[in-house]
Design a protein around this ligand. Sequence first.
Ligand code: GLU
Length: 420
Amino acid sequence: MSTNGSVFDRARALFLHYAEPLDLERRYPGLELHKRLTSPDKIIAVRLSLQKDDGTIRVYDAFRVQFNDDLGPYKGGLRFHPQVTLDEVQALAFWMYIKTAVVNIPFGGAKGGITVDYKSLSLAEKERLTKKFAIVLANDIGENTDIPAPDVNTGPREMAWMSHAWRMTRGRYHRGMVTGKPLHLGGSEGRVEATGHGCATTLLEAARDQGVDPHGAKLVVQGFGNAGRYAAVELAKRGAKLIIASDSRAAIHNPDGLDVDALIAFKDRTGSVAGFPGSRPIDPGEVFVAPCDFLVPAALEDCITAEIAPKIQAKIIAEAANGPTTQDAVHILFKRGITVVPDVLANAGGVTVSYFEWVQNRQEYYWTRDEVIDRMNARLANAYRQIADRAKEEKTSLRQAAYQCAIERVVRAALERGAQ
Ligand code: GLU
């Protein structure tokens, strides 16, 4: 959703920067590994026409990018947003395969989206558009090929529609063809909260490493959507104080701490954090630079820029959003010694529980919420430990170490499978 240049080009440049120490082209000459790892396997671009409730027709661009499946079927969410572009979807699909490799789950990476002001559609229009997308993609997605999931502006409702439309088109149940479904339609306990919960888990691991006590720690959440709110819930349980929360419409502040549960109920009722009782509105520009201990960017890409990075006062940043920090800002934060738990780890709780949902669907045997959450936490804590140890050993950032671990896993699989 960047306005300045190609987000995919920047994602690619960042990848090549992180791949440098692995020296892939010299170690494995003649295999074009860099090109292979930084260009998508398949790009699906379609036109979706939607009949509006008033009988008129609207036409939307829609995409699914299947980036890499060296480690398993393509996996990744669907984003319905006016700023969706093919460029952005490619970058997001790219990050997805890094993310699945970081947490070591047997999936590749993909992403999809529709360029649409989804929130402005009626419920019936939303359903028709989502189902149309599932029908158009029916031959390209499936539980052993490519498994969509929620992302920005999509959730269990959309996944239920996707699953139903796919079944009508293909004439059979394959519950695992999409994850993030409602519970009674084969969804998993804990999936809705998973991204935010996992973000809190990795942030708390980093806090322990840094000797920062979460109790009484000041928390700022930029983007109080699905990921941001559940990160706040878990961190508040550990005693952190949410002092600032923002969304696309407003930013609010309460130095004594915002009541997280009440704020969630308020936002569900009114559609925004704006006007939450006991808070005062602040300029959105103040959100990132406010004095705090924990900062959770949980909205869109490229929000923490080189202008903002020098002013950030947080001790630890955990990226619940995908790609919230620009490359220049990444380097500035590293030089300033601010710990950043990178997106490919910090928001991997979502796809990790998607993996658990897929496993449960294949067995038609369902786990309790505690089982899901314990397994997710164990996997994320384990991934964090591995990455943090490597970062310490090689005196580098968590992001650099995470990319190196992921690239090594994918390269090993690619080489073992054969270069063709
Ligand atoms: N859209 C989420 C992400 O960016 C979840 C993807 C999934 O569950 O497959 O990680």
